[in-house]
Write a protein of this length. Sequence first.
Length: 277
Amino acid sequence: MSNNIKKVMTVAGSDSSGGAGLQADLKTFEEYGTYGLTAITSIVTMDPDHHWHHAVQPIDPELVHKQMKTILAGGALDAMKTGMLGSVEIIKLLRSIIDEHAIQNVVIDPVMVCKGEDEVVQPENGQAIRELLLEKATIVTPNLFEAGQLAGTGKITTLDQMKEAAHKIVELGAKHVVVKGGKALHGPKAIDLLYDGKEFVLYEADKMETNHNHGAGCTFAAAIAAGLAKGNTVKDAVAMAKQFTTEAIKQGFAFNQYVGPVWHGAYNKAEQRMVKP
Ligand SMILES: Nc1ncnc2c1ncn2[C@@H]1O[C@H](COP(=O)(O)OP(=O)(O)O)[C@@H](O)[C@H]1O
Ligand SMILES: Cc1ncc(COP(=O)(O)O)c(C=O)c1O
Ligand SMILES: [Mg+2]
């Protein structure tokens, strides 16, 4: 076994349905050939008797701290990624851990909404992410809604507004931001915009007419983190993550009548390893 294996930590919520959250992160880290570690911040359950309503149960910050101590007892990490963070206390704790261990290659996925849900999950967390985590971010990966919230620009519907929000988010301290146009931006392409304070780079793929994209955002951010851990530049890591996520969406499937997750094995053609009936 190679002793050069790259270690990536995710600090995220558990999505028992398997498409998003730390489940998406771990599956993606594995597909990238990296070693994933997890600190669970919250457990999300979906209610099949009430239209798949999401309920978030945050984990005690002390227990989150113990998980991180376990992870960091293995030495320096090559990258880390955050997802749903559970509470403001957990966000404060995370900031102190990033500082104390001088963690590099920090990918902040500022999860504020889940697809198919109208409510903002834990609105107070958005503010804390903005104040405490952006300045530690190698890259932050908001969708259109989250970019509008972080930048304070409100609803985003155009590429120019994506650029304006990206500019503000870099001003807030993030080294890079990739604003995900995804399905929400009007037009035939799924466009993501990367900005480093100097240059805008666009990443495009054909937009797929599908609702089977649960977990796309988590997968994209996890892929960026794994790419950075392996020593890629931010630009290359985003380009690779875009392809990885596009394939995962292409092979999304209906889990039930409410949700369709992406399939994280698609890029590496893991279906070829499936047992044939
Ligand atoms: N229908 C789609 N077709 C192609 N790419 C998509 C589609 N929906 C999302 N994407 C891409 O998937 C990635 C995750 O974006 P998005 O789904 O907007 O994030 P989130 O899950 O956080 O809302 C981005 O690269 C985005 O452009
Ligand atoms: C634990 C958790 N994290 C993150 C998300 C956001 O997922 P997405 O990748 O679709 O933005 C969800 C959505 O259900 C979730 O349950
Ligand atoms: Mg998301």
